[in-house]
Design a protein around this ligand. Sequence first.
Ligand code: SAH
Length: 495
Amino acid sequence: MTGTVYLVGAGPGDAGLITVRGRDLVARADVVIYDRLVGAEILDWCRADSEKIFVGKEAGRHSMTQDEINALIVEKALQGKEVCRLKGGDPFVFGRGGEEALFCLQHNVPFEIVPGVTSAIAAPAYAGIPVTHRGAATSFAVVTGHTKDDDSPPENLPVADTLICLMGVRALPKIVAALLARGESPDKPVALVRWGTTENQQVVTGTLSTIEDEVERAQLKPPALIVIGDVVNLREQLGWFDNRPLWGQTIIVTRAREQASSLVSGLRERGARVIQCPTIRVEDYEYDLFEHTLQYCHLFNWVVFTSVNGVEKFWEKADCDGRLFVNTQIAAIGPATAQALKNRGLIADFVPKSSISESVAEELIGRSQKDAHFLIIRALESREVIENKLREAGREVEVLPVYQTVPDNSQAVLAKSEIEAGRVQWITFTSSSTVQNFVDAIGAEFIAANRDKFRVACIGPITAKTAEQLNIRPDAIAENASVEALVKVMVDSVR
Ligand code: SAH
């Protein structure tokens, strides 16, 4: 059986702008054949055992010709594979999707088209430029600046209120000259948008008479598109994407990947460029008394979950449901942990107000009987404050380690080079161990030598104290040791 070829538009760069149909197909295809302008995150959705083939142009790599790409697509389909041919933007807007579909047809390979959000409209939109606007533009035209292997626009540029030119950076002088020659005003507004919809978006504006100088001054290089028309002026009011509070800030997140998602998305939503530099990784821990402890779980008066990881790893291992704790009160340290329990159908009986271990212990003591038995589910190498305090107060405590954190230096090289180049504005620490591990991974001397290049934000007073002890004076400390507050403290300080 011949496989189907899906010509899928991946959208303009922001991974969130692919269609639902497109995402489904990426996730199930046997083979994914993709171009350069396809957002990297999209490829993370591929099946682990799928074949991913890059066919775009990239400096220093041999790039495939269109004939070779056509042959590859058909070859895979004829092997019976489902092929997702992923293209930047929309497959039929200067994407050569038509040629690939015709080639499939010639070889009796079934195909489907999944349209995408074209950069021609989306990149201007992310720059705050609507391609049509009442009173300013009743039409728009999309044109290529690259005809037949030549860096020049077509001889007759279309007439429209808004003209959008793809692949036109090198042809800019010819485009400007052609428009002026046909009588357009030298004051006509022009914008170039590079890497639109991504965290690297760059916008340069001017008029037909000034834009070449502006582009030269900004050193703007492809891939970019050109927008010409009065609508460009709306950017001043409608610019939103690059107006977000953390735009232009590169922020290092040192939290383990497994735990970092809310911080990473919180920062990205406010415009930051995030470099994930986890210095620890969460790994399974095989505790030999695990099964044994499970058997008498019902005898505990309290079970305390100290982290989201603890909840997840425990249930992964336990392979049973919430009835395990019918007679047991459940405590979750922090709202995120409570939510993780809720996702498993368990409502925590108690979530302490504070996240500082000392106060958590006090609150637990206040709530429990004098001879209560506690089970604490946590990481192998957690701080022992809670259990020690409980024991001091006469409670019986059993500890159940369900995961461990191990050092991870894989991102240290990238982080160092970005810091050294002065491209990092903030480093965030979300626990004492992230500070310690970051110092171990990057080196205290390196940090001292580059300390004036970045600011440091800590999630709470304990983390801040550790940072201070390790010679990293914090510039900002979150008000209430939560991810939201950590994001806020950075937003406030760049305002
Ligand atoms: N099929 C694609 C266009 C492919 S041609 C689409 O519908 O968007 C490639 C050209 O598209 C680039 O040279 C550039 O001019 C433009 N382009 C693609 N992605 C872009 C982006 N994120 N920002 C600005 N221009 C982009």
